[in-house]
Ligand binder design. Structure first.
Ligand SMILES: Cc1cc2nc3c(=O)[nH]c(=O)nc-3n(C[C@H](O)[C@H](O)[C@H](O)COP(=O)(O)O)c2cc1C
Length: 151
């Protein structure tokens, strides 16, 4: 168990819509530091919407090596659990709570989907055990900056 969180704030951008095709739509947030790797991986966490509500999520931070090799654009992608709706242009705050695994280059979309299903199951369990009310408070940060919080 860790009391360390990473937090990212930013506006949701349009992706290439592949997430929808795969059956796992994501809210994409551009990361400021394209050269870095702080927070890279797949996480269980929480998303706070502009209206103040919290939604649990399975979150990917990194370059999506399955599709873009090692040089892909570095971004955060949150798949909100049990959520249907339009998040484009909304500013979200994303807490990365529990590191589930590193990003992998999968041999096929099917293999990625299998991994996503297990990430979602893990994120569901983690969120049930770590309610949003217990999240550490966040200070203002620059859009797309990955900030480490220890609390
Ligand atoms: C929980 C989660 C885990 C992911 N893990 C990986 C991964 O290990 N490797 C990878 O290449 N992409 C990973 N992705 C990113 C997917 O490739 C991406 O969501 C998909 O390509 C859709 O991109 P789009 O939203 O720009 O259309 C992950 C996404 C999520 C939400």
């Amino acid at each position: 168990m860790t009391s360390e969180y990473f937090v990212v704030r930013g506006a949701v951008e349009h992706g290439d819509e592949r997430g929808r095709e795969l059956g796992f739509p994501t809210a994409n947030i551009a990361l400021r530091d394209q050269a870095g790797s702080v927070g890279d991986g797949v996480w269980a966490g929480w998303v706070r919407r502009a209206d103040g509500t919290h939604v649990p999520a399975a979150i990917s931070v990194g370059r999506r090596p399955t599709y873009y090799g090692a040089d892909g654009y570095r971004l955060l992608e949150a798949h909100l659990l049990d959520f249907a709706g339009d998040l484009y242009d909304e500013t979200l705050v994303v807490w990365l709570g529990s590191h589930l695994r590193d990003q992998e280059a999968y041999a096929s979309a099917e293999d990625l989907i299998t991994a996503l299903k297990s990430d979602i199951a893990a994120a569901t369990q983690w969120a049930a055990a770590h309610p949003a009310a217990a999240l550490p408070a966040v200070e203002e940060s620059a859009p797309g900056e990955v900030r480490r919080l220890v609390g």
